[in-house]
Ligand binder design. Structure first.
Ligand code: HEC
Length: 144
């Protein structure tokens, strides 16, 4: 039993040295940032920016492996999929694709359920969802 505990402990310690470099802040051009109405921006900031922007507020436990691996993977993937900090640099086709996906995403899986466990403030109310959905369809309409 003791040997097993020591082994587990060593593995856990070893895991801390596996590099997973996802910076909390990525240099951002002011011109590229999404411009949305204030109340929409506030919801996105509260519920989405940690994974879909260049500014991530990593909590303390996200520097401890293996939690850090999942957290950083989510941020890395989230930014790659859709990044509101480089929104204006996307072409219309890409913007349209995202604007169409946002209402579906917030109905089913966004913000990620694993994120909501520790970020209760990010949970979207029905009103939040309605506002985001209306904004997304209006913004899409303006592009078409
Ligand atoms: C904990 C990190 C995290 C948070 C918070 C989060 N997302 Fe995501 N999001 C991801 C990841 C990872 C993916 C890519 C994998 C997937 O689609 O499941 C993704 C994918 C998406 C996609 C699909 C993009 C594509 O290219 O298909 C949309 C749309 C989206 N998210 C919207 C949102 C919105 C809107 C919010 C806030 C209400 C949000 N997400 C919050 C991590 C996150």
């Amino acid at each position: 039993m003791k040997k097993i505990s020591i082994f587990v402990l060593l593995v856990l310690i070893g895991m801390q040295f596996v590099p997973m470099d996802v910076p909390a802040e990525v240099p951002t051009k002011a011109d590229d940032v999404l411009k949305a109405p204030e109340e929409v921006h506030a919801i996105l900031k509260r519920a989405c920016f940690d994974c879909h922007s260049n500014h991530t507020d990593f909590p303390w436990y996200s520097s401890i492996a293996p939690v850090s691996w999942f957290t950083k993977m989510h941020v890395k993937e989230g930014r790659e999929h859709m990044n509101f900090s480089i929104w204006a640099s996307y072409d219309d086709e890409k913007k349209l694709k995202y604007l169409e996906k946002i209402p579906k995403a917030i109905k089913s899986k966004m913000p990620l359920p694993s994120y909501l466990i520790m970020h209760k403030e990010a949970k979207l109310s029905d009103d939040d969802k309605k506002l985001l959905t209306e904004w997304a369809s209006e913004a899409a309409f303006d592009l078409e």
